[in-house]
Ligand binder design. Structure first.
Ligand code: SAM
Length: 229
């Protein structure tokens, strides 16, 4: 796969000027010169072959070919609602969610959540992972949402709540094609009250075996189970 660069503006017409970190990478890491060929995507679907025509101090101008309608999305909408861990673990989780095809990620605030996700930083992780894995649509990053609100407003498709002692994912009867929402709790776990109200609101409580997994392990394990079923 040719090197991929993200264009923050929707690509229209036959030329694009890259600025910011993408131009910086081309100019100062790749030492780009006119004639360099690469792939551009704007996160809205499809990708474009492009060629560098001019390198300036902080911008790179390219000619752009027609849109190639290449999609690498899942056949259903997959939402991951998760109480994000901190630091490098947060970055790892976002990266794996993008690679595995999660459509939308909702940072959850629960009774035992820690940390305060920074949307700009999360968005940068999404772009970097999309460049690497070939996704042409950016994973949507929703605003942080409290669990008590999310458990009731989220009504699309099957809804799965990860909690030790629940049933295996294979038993909930997801057909691999209909929309799915997965919720994963914080390091301290969902409280008994949160678990009880999720069940009351119709969420399926799913267990992941007899060991307690870190947040990001649980999230990746469930997403992988759902996308390879
Ligand atoms: N002491 C907490 C508890 O017992 O719930 C551990 C929380 S765990 C580090 C973080 C989150 O990952 C949990 O809230 C749950 O959503 C998910 N998780 C971890 N291990 C799990 C398992 N064996 N089965 C189901 N969910 C699990």
């Amino acid at each position: 796969m040719a090197d991929r660069y993200y264009c923050a503006e929707p690509i229209q017409g036959s030329s694009v000027t890259l600025s910011g970190s993408e131009a910086h990478h081309l100019l100062h890491v790749m030492r780009a010169q006119p004639g360099l060929e690469l792939v551009l995507f704007d996160g809205c679907g499809g990708e474009y072959r492009a060629e560098v025509v001019r390198c300036k101090r902080s911008t790179v101008e390219l000619v752009v070919g027609p849109q190639q309608e290449i999609e690498r999305e899942l056949p259903f909408a997959l939402t991951l609602a998760v109480a994000l861990p901190k630091g490098d673990r947060q970055r790892w989780l976002i990266e794996k969610a993008v690679e595995l095809g999660v459509t939308r990620l909702v940072p959850l605030r629960t009774a035992r959540s820690v940390g305060n996700p920074k949307p700009e930083r999360l968005n940068r992780y999404v772009i970097e992972a999309s460049k690497q894995c070939g996704r042409n649509r950016l994973m949507e990053l929703a605003s942080a949402c409290g669990w008590d609100e999310f458990e009731t407003i989220e009504t699309r498709g099957s809804r799965v709540f990860a909690h030790p002692g629940g049933v295996p994912f294979g038993q909930i009867g997801h057909d691999g094609t209909s929309d799915l929402t997965i919720a994963v709790g914080p390091e301290g776990g969902f409280t008994d009250e949160e678990a009880a109200s999720a069940e009351g609101a119709g969420w399926a409580v799913v267990g992941l075996g007899s060991r307690i997994l870190r947040i990001e392990t649980a999230a990746v394990a469930l997403v992988a189970a759902a996308t390879t079923a």
